[in-house]
Ligand binder design. Structure first.
Ligand SMILES: Cc1ncc(C[n+]2csc(CCOP(=O)(O)OP(=O)(O)O)c2C)c(N)n1
Length: 598
């Protein structure tokens, strides 16, 4: 009878993971090559587990596990530099470069950032949250997806390479060879490796014309093949492009089934991948469905996205009107010019782009849209603090970058119902460029009426009159302004409450009326203070010799870190309490105020 004493003597703890021994890239190099698949599995398990709590870019990172292992095996950061495009797929790199112990803090306030960050590690040589970064050894990670399915000529071209019989033949030959020498000294086999890898070259006119020697495509999950290939490419003295094929979401069924959703998401249930639905429809959902509805009766409406169909909500529009929906790929400049072109032909283009990504198309806002006064409707999603994605993604600058350009109309709704009225107004506005900014996620949950109404351009809504303070609460900050007004009223202060609606043209009549009748004007906005809405208010009052003090609440002149929105609002004083504290000292009657109960 066999004794099982050795089994029973084992401690009842899970065996140590290889991953836990990785403190730096040197530890990745120190592992035996045959253990690397186990490391890959452990990395995947960690990604799936941690991100189920923190949210993040799960699909992209699951796809680059083997690639990141091979890169750190062959190259030496920080001496060698990895530039990632975007850099949302840098989580595995973070694990290997001394940040594993903080991995569970990913995207949390005070924790790791979701993108590479020069200030976070010397191994992050370049921080990028926006697409369009480049380098001279290019690894083209071809998973057939952006956030949504790839579009465009290059994507079609890559598919044709992969489908070619020459590729299949060369690829099998090279892979068999590399498998055969796996684990043996590379130097010993150097010339053979070189021959083998050279066999991976499928002639590629496009990349050669761009000055890049093209290699591939190879299996991006085959660690030995990747390692040998990188070892060879490292010796090349010219810019090279390696085309690898990977599976977005590899290792997690829900992410493979829904690459779009799992590109980047919030918390999910580990076992099923389920996520909690938003409590009420998000602004993105509303715009997608609303434009689809408007387009039923207005044949001229077209909708454009730059690779963000679901993020911007246009997927709803795409389903209803596929022939009037355009995804131009991650190219905001092109999306904008395309909208301009359509506008010159009398169409009604809605260009939906996140506030932060429209920064990439700034010159078009002046040179193409505004100077030619084209009827382009710009819909800026995620305007305001975006939260856990951090400084590259906060939409805190769009008032500043539009308000000084002539001809633009710019607005922000206080809630979902007004949002639809504004979209309706935009659809009917044909006197030049018009923009709307709205925040990430849901609003107040306001009921949307059945028939939208046209709003008067440049006319604010006065919610209540008051004698002491006039609060102008822009867009999503109107809710905070209401809360602050209630707190001030508790202290016996009479508060006027205004929903400005229009950043430009500003309702100067209403502004002047209140500025002349109250002691303090207060503005609150989800935007930086510099060149924001409050700044426009001050400018106007000053130019008109109205000396009423203006208390402004908004984001300070610094890049705001990542973290949950309520935490960051509290820290940077974008709250009702902060407003009250700022206003009180400016009131003459403060000495007679009742002390605060709280
Ligand atoms: C300028 C800009 N526009 C849009 C985005 C939003 N965005 C982030 S990742 C991504 C898709 C990236 O696709 P790909 O490079 O194929 O990487 P994958 O996630 O598929 O690995 C998009 C559109 C961005 N980060 N920057």
């Amino acid at each position: 009878m066999k004794s099982n004493s050795s089994e029973s003597a084992r401690p009842a703890v899970a065996p140590a993971r290889l991953l836990d021994g990785i403190r730096s890239p040197a530890d990745v190099k120190a592992l035996r090559e045959q253990d690397l698949p186990q490391l890959a599995q452990e990395v995947r398990d960690e990604l799936i587990k941690v991100l189920s709590q923190t949210g993040g870019h799960l699909g992209p990172n699951l796809g680059v596990v083997e690639l990141t292992i091979a890169l750190h095996r062959v190259f030496d950061t920080p001496g060698d530099r990895f530039v990632m495009d975007v850099s949302h797929q840098g989580y595995v790199h973070k694990m290997f470069t001394g940040r594993l112990d903080r991995f569970s803090t990913m995207r949390q306030y005070g924790g790791l950032n979701g993108f590479l960050l020069r200030t976070e590690s010397e191994h992050d040589c370049y921080g990028a949250g926006h697409a369009g970064t480049a380098l001279s050894i290019v690894v083209l990670n071809d998973n057939e997806w952006s956030i949504a399915k790839n579009v465009g000529a290059i994507a079609n071209y890559l598919n044709s390479i992969v489908a070619s019989p020459t590729f299949a033949h060369l690829h099998d030959k090279a892979r068999d060879f590399v498998r055969a020498i796996a684990g043996k000294s590379v130097v010993q086999f150097a010339h053979k490796v070189e021959e083998s890898v050279k066999g991976l070259i499928v002639p590629s006119v496009i990349f050669e014309e761009l000055g890049l020697r093209y290699y591939g495509p190879i299996d991006g999950h085959d660690i030995p093949l990747l390692i040998r290939t990188f070892e060879f490419l490292k010796t090349q003295e010219e810019p090279v492009l390696l085309h690898i094929l990977t599976k977005k979401g590899k290792g997690y069924e829900p992410a493979i089934k829904q690459p779009d959703k799992f590109h980047g998401l919030g918390k999910y249930k580990l076992e099923t991948g389920e996520t909690a639905p938003a409590p009420t429809p998000t602004y993105s959902e509303i715009i997608g469905k609303t434009l689809a509805k408007f387009a039923e009766t207005n044949q001229k409406i077209v909708a454009i996205t730059a690779a963000m169909p679901s993020g911007t909500g246009l997927s709803h529009f795409a389903k209803a009107h596929p022939d009037r929906y355009f995804d131009v790929g991650i190219a905001e400049e092109h999306a904008t010019l395309f909208a301009c072109g359509l506008a010159t032909q009398g169409l009604t283009p809605f260009l939906t782009i996140y506030s932060t990504f429209f920064q990439r198309a700034y010159d078009m806002a002046i040179h193409d849209i505004a100077i030619q006064r084209l009827n382009v409707r710009l819909c800026m999603d995620r305007a305001g603090l975006s939260g856990d994605d951090g400084p590259t993604h906060h939409g805190l600058f769009d008032i500043g970058y539009l308000r000084h350009i002539p001809n633009w109309v710019h607005m922000q709704p206080k809630n979902e119902d007004e949002f639809v009225d504004m979209l309706w107004t935009m659809a009917h506005y044909n006197s030049g460029p018009i923009a709307i900014r709205y925040p990430r996620g849901s609003g107040t949950g306001a009921q949307i009426k059945t028939e939208p109404k046209l709003l008067e351009i440049g006319k604010a809504e006065v919610a209540q009159h008051g004698r002491d303070v006039a609060i102008f609460g822009l867009g999503n900050m109107f809710e905070v302004a209401e809360e602050a007004a209630a707190k001030l009223e508790e202290k016996g202060i009479s508060v006027a409450l205004i929903n400005p609606r229009w950043i430009k043209p500003m309702d100067t009549g209403t502004l002047e009326f209140f500025a002349r009748s109250v002691e303090v004007v207060c503005t609150i906005e989800d935007h930086v203070l510099h060149n924001g809405f409050g700044c426009a208010v001050m400018e106007h009052l000053h130019s008109n010799m109205i000396n009423t003090p203006v208390a402004r609440i908004g984001w300070p002149d610094q890049f705001i870190e990542h973290g949950a929105v309520p935490i960051l609002r509290k820290k940077h004083r974008i709250t009702a309490d902060a407003l009250v504290e700022k206003v009180l000292p400016l009131l003459r009657k403060k000495s007679t105020l009742r002390p605060s109960v709280a």
